[in-house]
Ligand binder design. Structure first.
Ligand code: 5GP
Ligand code: MG
Length: 206
């Protein structure tokens, strides 16, 4: 792992080098790839050859959605909605903002809502409630990650890639204050960096 680009960028131009060493890799790119393979198989098993409408939640789901749809054999449509419950450097959810106005007519379609992570579950619950009022033939949900012991809602996603501990994670689409979405793996941020703002500094510099 020491010869990967996120660890070898010269520290002078990328002062977050020390931070990347304090990030703990939870899921490697290879593990994520296997997880997406498994999810794609499970989804196709559940739907058969049915045309599927994948609805991704911007912005965090872009990586999982793009990897997943390329493994889903059979007809797939793609739409995106937008949701945000974080403000800047906060790592606990605040007010939930939703923008669902980009959705096409979903009447009669089999809809699979895809998000990066299921934390309190409030984002998925709110979007699912809206989708269920749009005349779809079926509505199910898939998340790459589910945080243990955090759910505040009665619903569960239908498909889950990985269960992870209650840590703040970045990479593979997930950000901290806008940074780190492009990491090919999933890493937990060091709690001290979050507390002292060290992880925010990398957003500016990295
Ligand atoms: P929920 O509504 O389930 O509490 O939160 C879901 C949303 O919060 C996710 O779509 C994601 O954007 C964000 N989120 C929750 N936990 C984490 C985390 O550990 N890291 C990051 N980067 N985002 C998270
Ligand atoms: Mg999100």
């Amino acid at each position: 792992m020491d010869n990967q680009w996120w660890n070898t960028t010269p520290s002078l131009s990328f002062p977050s080098l020390s931070l990347s060493r304090r990030m703990h890799t939870l899921l490697t790119a290879a593990q994520l790839s296997e997880g997406i393979d498994r999810l794609a198989r499970d989804v196709r098993q559940a739907y058969g050859d049915c045309p599927l409408t994948v609805v991704g939640v911007l912005t965090g789901s872009v990586v999982v959605v793009s990897d997943l749809i390329r493994r889903l054999e059979g007809p797939v449509r793609l739409s995106m909605v937008w949701a945000s419950s974080y403000r800047g450097t906060a790592t606990r959810a605040g007010r939930l903002d939703l923008r669902l106005d980009l959705l096409p007519d979903l009447t009669g379609q089999h809809v699979l809502l895809v998000d990066d992570i299921f934390d309190s579950g409030r984002t998925l619950e709110a979007i699912l409630a809206d989708l269920r009022g749009r005349g779809a033939a079926s509505v199910r949900s898939l998340v790459l990650l589910r945080k243990q012991g955090r759910a505040e809602v009665a619903i569960e996603p239908d498909f889950v890639g990985f269960d992870i501990p209650d840590l703040f994670v970045v990479g593979y689409g997930l950000d901290y204050d806008g940074a780190w979405r492009h990491l090919p793996h999933v890493a937990a941020l060091d709690a001290d960096d979050i507390a002292t703002g060290g992880a925010a500094a990398v957003d500016v510099l990295g």
